[in-house]
Write a protein that binds this ligand. Structure first.
Ligand code: AMP
Ligand code: ZN
Length: 664
């Protein structure tokens, strides 16, 4: 075999593995072996630029930076859909279309995925272009970003038309969305509001490597083009599957509107078990000939109808707006509502997000407002019922000063939120930072909770987390609800935190953008707080996965004299500000590139110790079993469902003993 053939073989092998894993959810190779092959391909491609292929699986990791997205005119317009909300709406639609076509009508029922629509153009089986819907006539070309989504085939399988467009929806499944938000909260950022906006925002990121990190998926539903050799929508879905696209299998054929309704009723409940958001059902005339006869209105096909699931909605009164200050100083306006029942819970408050949102809704105290609970967990205010607005109503004036410390608020260019710049003097910021310091993932101080922190700050006993180490029983006892025992517990808990490892201390400091993972990386690289303090921005950026935002924030943290004083105090109290000698000695690379899942109860070491051993020796710990898992360390009482999944994916189960032997 010559080099060219070898490279091509490697590409098609990797392509097949991507397909098995991301489209079929059924991997046949370990992540480790996949990475080795991928690396081999990358090296060969580097050596042989003459065999370049714009659709090579090696390009999935991204790296292209697009400053301005090209505008591209769609070869076939991307229409929107007409909406229906009831059986009557659907029956009216059927009556209308029955007058326009001959013969019986069959319908396909599909879920309406709630994400960002995309049009993919394939020529001779290879992805040429990916374009957003835009205004329907023309959209932005986002090919580099779309290529990083592993369920989008770069090269098709089997028989395919020489040229066609295929339409689908880019969605962000809940699991990945929640994980992204956990990380954002850890680094003091506002969580993203919903998966849909996050998915569509992802498509417009300039750095495709950033997009590659997001677990986006592409679900396809429509092939457009000439001479496709298909007669129905159902066939079109099947054809797309055969070419290697991800097409959810919920789609069903219905012979009447009543059968359509059965599908709707079933999925209205069942959709809550799907891994991604859906907001309705799309009903389409199945026969493509009939579709053509029906044609389009100015904005939507006549042969399709979206049925929107009802978000539960109620109306209630806005009693007042209050403003919360977060640990980073960000201001969040909150609507205080007349309590009302909605989807099984009593709703009293809803976030108003920022001043733009207030302006957009034109919401005023005293207004009657509509509150909805859709796919999202937090209820939201949809609109004001202007018909009920009181006569004397006054426009809402956004606050100009911090509600807690009266400092003039600031708002950075490009930021939606106002913030209070009084970092060291604003109570909720002080309390928030100390609460973060003591939290479970950080210093995990037993005997001290968030409310007590607030009490301690109010009583003037602490203004900073380093003050925790000065607290005495005599100071604590007079506090409300503080008995001798609880005071002792608190002091012991604080004392015990001096043993917490440096990487967690670093996370606990609450440096903006330094979450758990980044703290681990920095600790591993620099080994001490002094080394991090000395590092320049350029040096920091050169550390694997440390971006410019993080680097700037780290440098800014140490520029503050107040912060440096705090660190000095922590040092004097004996808090771990460097990786312990013991740990340095115990670290190896024995488990490098291996991903472990730990499950069950163990005899020799505790679960936490086990996880630490894995990480100290260069391995990674993951919480869920996937094809990427290298080993499951199985203790007693491991759940049967986990066992089953491991068997299905062919992941090796090892005992605690076997694991310890791996480390010698
Ligand atoms: P709308 O944005 O409400 O006009 O709805 C039209 C959009 O629904 C289309 O642009 C698609 O992106 C999206 N959509 C989601 N799932 C489907 C589906 N199964 N069939 C057709 N369109 C869908
Ligand atoms: Zn303030």
């Amino acid at each position: 075999m010559n080099t060219k053939e070898y490279i091509q073989n490697l590409r098609s092998e990797l392509r097949e593995h991507n397909y098995n894993y991301y489209v079929l959810d059924n991997a046949t190779i370990s992540d480790y072996d996949f990475d080795i092959k991928l690396k081999e391909l990358q090296e060969l491609e580097e050596k042989h630029p003459e065999f370049h292929d714009a659709n090579s699986p090696s390009l999935r990791v991204g790296g292209t930076v697009t400053k301005n997205f090209n505008t591209v005119v769609h070869a076939h317009r991307m229409y929107s859909l007409d909406n229906s909300y009831s059986l009557e709406d659907l029956q009216d639609w059927e009556t209308r279309i029955k007058k326009m076509v001959d013969g019986e009508i069959q319908y396909t029922c599909e879920l309406k995925y709630d994400g960002a629509s995309i049009s993919l153009t394939y020529e001779n089986g290879s992805l040429q272009r990916a374009v957003t819907r835009g205004d329907g006539m023309q959209g932005d070309e986002v090919t580099a970003n779309i290529k990083t989504i592993k369920s989008v085939p770069l090269q098709l399988k089997g028989d395919y038309p020489p040229i066609f467009d295929i339409r689908g929806e880019i969605v962000l499944p809940f699991e990945g969305f929640n994980k992204m938000n956990e990380e954002r909260i850890d680094i003091g950022e506002e969580p993203y509001r919903n998966p849909r906006n996050t998915a569509s925002g992802s498509l417009k990121l300039q750095d495709s490597a950033e997009v590659a990190k997001r677990p986006l998926e592409c679900l396809l539903y429509n092939i457009t083009g000439e001479n496709l050799g298909i007669a129905t929508q159902m066939e079109s879905l099947e054809k797309a599957r055969q070419m290697g696209f991800k097409v959810p299998d919920a789609a069903k054929l219905a012979n009447s509107i009543n059968e359509v309704l059965e599908f709707i009723n079933y999925w209205d409940k069942e959709r809550h078990n799907l891994p991604y958001e859906t907001d309705g059902v799309v009903v389409k005339v199945n026969d493509l000939q009939q579709q053509e006869e029906l044609g389009y209105t100015a904005k939507a096909p006549r042969w399709a109808m979206a049925y929107k699931f009802k978000a539960e909605r109620v109306s209630t009164r806005l009693n007042s707006i209050s403003y919360q200050v977060g640990r980073t100083g960000a201001i969040t306006p909150v609507a205080n509502l007349e309590p009302v029942e909605l989807a099984g819970t009593t709703v009293k408050r809803a976030s108003l997000h920022n001043s733009d949102q207030i302006e957009k809704l034109d919401i005023r105290v005293g207004d009657e407002v509509f509150v909805e609970k859709g796919g999202e967990i937090i209820p939201k205010i949809i609109a004001v019922d202007f018909t009920k607005r009181p006569e004397n109503s006054q426009p809402t004036l956004y606050i100009t000063h911090c509600p807690e410390c009266n400092t003039l608020l600031e708002r950075d260019a490009g930021e939606a939120k106002h913030f209070c710049p009084n970092y060291n003097g604003c109570t909720p910021q002080i309390v928030g930072r100390i609460q973060h310091y003591i939290s479970r993932k950080a210093m995990d101080i037993e005997g001290l909770g968030g409310e007590t922190v607030a009490l301690l700050v109010q009583a003037g006993l602490i203004t900073n987390y380093s003050d925790l180490y000065t607290l005495t029983k005599e100071q604590l006892m007079p506090l409300e609800r503080m008995a001798e025992k609880s005071a002792e517990n608190l002091i012991n808990g604080v004392e015990a935190s001096k043993q917490i490892a440096f990487e967690r201390v670093l996370f606990a400091l609450g440096i903006r953008y330094v979450g758990e993972t980044v703290a681990k990386k920095l600790a591993k690289h620099y080994k001490s707080i002094d080394a991090i303090e000395k590092a320049t921005q350029e040096e920091l950026v050169n550390v694997d996965e440390i971006g410019i935002k993080i680097a700037e924030s780290v440098v800014a943290f140490f520029t503050s004299e107040e912060n440096r004083n705090t660190i000095d105090k922590l040092r004097n109290f004996g808090v771990q500000l460097e990786v312990s000698a013991e740990k340095l000695a115990s670290q190896t690379n024995l488990l490098e590139n291996k991903i472990f899942v730990v499950s069950g109860v163990f005899q020799v070491v505790s679960r936490t110790e086990l996880k630490k051993l894995i990480e100290d020796n260069g391995g990674k710990v993951s919480s869920s079993i996937s094809a990427k898992t290298s080993y499951i360390v199985a203790g007693d009482k491991m759940g049967p469902s986990k066992k089953e999944k491991a068997e299905k994916l062919g992941v090796a189960l090892i005992t605690e003993q076997e694991f310890l032997q791996m480390l010698g």
